[in-house]
Design a binder for this molecule. Sequence first.
Ligand SMILES: NC(=O)c1ccc[n+]([C@@H]2O[C@H](COP(=O)([O-])OP(=O)(O)OC[C@H]3O[C@@H](n4cnc5c(N)ncnc54)[C@H](OP(=O)(O)O)[C@@H]3O)[C@@H](O)[C@H]2O)c1
Length: 312
Amino acid sequence: MKPTSLTSPSGTPASTFSFGTMQFGGKADAAESQKLYDASRAASINFFDTAYVYTEGRAEQLLGKFAASERDDLVIATKCASVGGAGSANIRAQLDESRKRLNMDTVDVFYLHQWDGDTPLEETFETLAELRAAGLFRYIGVSNFSAWQTMKATCIAQKLGIKIDILQPMYNLVKRQVEVEILPMALSESFNVAPYSPLGGGLLTGKYAGGGAGRILDDKMYNKRYGVEWMHDTATSLSALAAEVGVSAITLAVSWVARHKGITHPIISARSEAQLRPSLAALDYTMPDDVYNRITALSRQPAPATDRLEEA
Ligand SMILES: NC(=O)c1ccc[n+]([C@@H]2O[C@H](COP(=O)([O-])OP(=O)(O)OC[C@H]3O[C@@H](n4cnc5c(N)ncnc54)[C@H](OP(=O)(O)O)[C@@H]3O)[C@@H](O)[C@H]2O)c1
């Protein structure tokens, strides 16, 4: 069975690649954000990712403005419950606010941004079922859920006659945990998968080895997430391989993520149109098998989900 084919309200299929707007109204001002949107559209991307919590609402507002004249041909994803929990009142309030900022009656994909262990899943999914039935969104997504959390939520959703359509986990060459449980589950259970941070927040561009600036130095959380020596070694090795094969390390890193058979809609992003170009080049790059295997070997493979593999 294949995952649900995501479409826009007019029936246009969601593009394979998606563009993430986390920098809109932040590191990318309104003018640069418009350029990023236009460059994505010129590359035939019609799937845009945003969230209630991005740049205090400016990302949703800017996306809504850029999308207005062609809204029905786009697939618009937003997320709730990164703050305030996944209780009914918070989900309803955040969806209302997101729809106002986006200036859209309906959003296409509505994600729970993270797992909330303090709210009964029944409450969360009953709320999603009601909001979906009321036409306020079309597809359900979950982000940053583990496999067991996704399957537990799936059981509850099934009882309510709804289902999870898409997952949004982190995935890149130095963050490969999803290979163990999430991607096999997605293939088995036919979930779409839109992974985020294909460049490891910028690490895999190779710029930090050359003294470059960016999020991993400026932002404490990203510094903690990627401030690990072997990850920086992997980035350096990827740059060397890129020089050898004559393709940007950025194009390789994005293509490597997109190449996994469990991945359906990788999310690319940047803070400027110039930065975005080598990520967009991945849309037209076909990675040879030997390059894929060599890149895979540059980083640590996560431990398998079960022990006792010596008999396999
Ligand atoms: N669900 C979630 O929890 C979650 C979390 C994170 C992201 N997301 C989504 O996924 C999208 C992509 O995530 P991400 O921004 O982390 O992706 P990423 O591709 O790993 O990182 C993008 C960052 O890399 C740096 N970069 C990109 N191209 C570059 C270039 N040519 N030269 C130098 N630096 C370059 C820029 O950061 P600097 O210039 O600052 O270095 C840019 O903002 C987001 O917009 C958002 O929609 C979702």
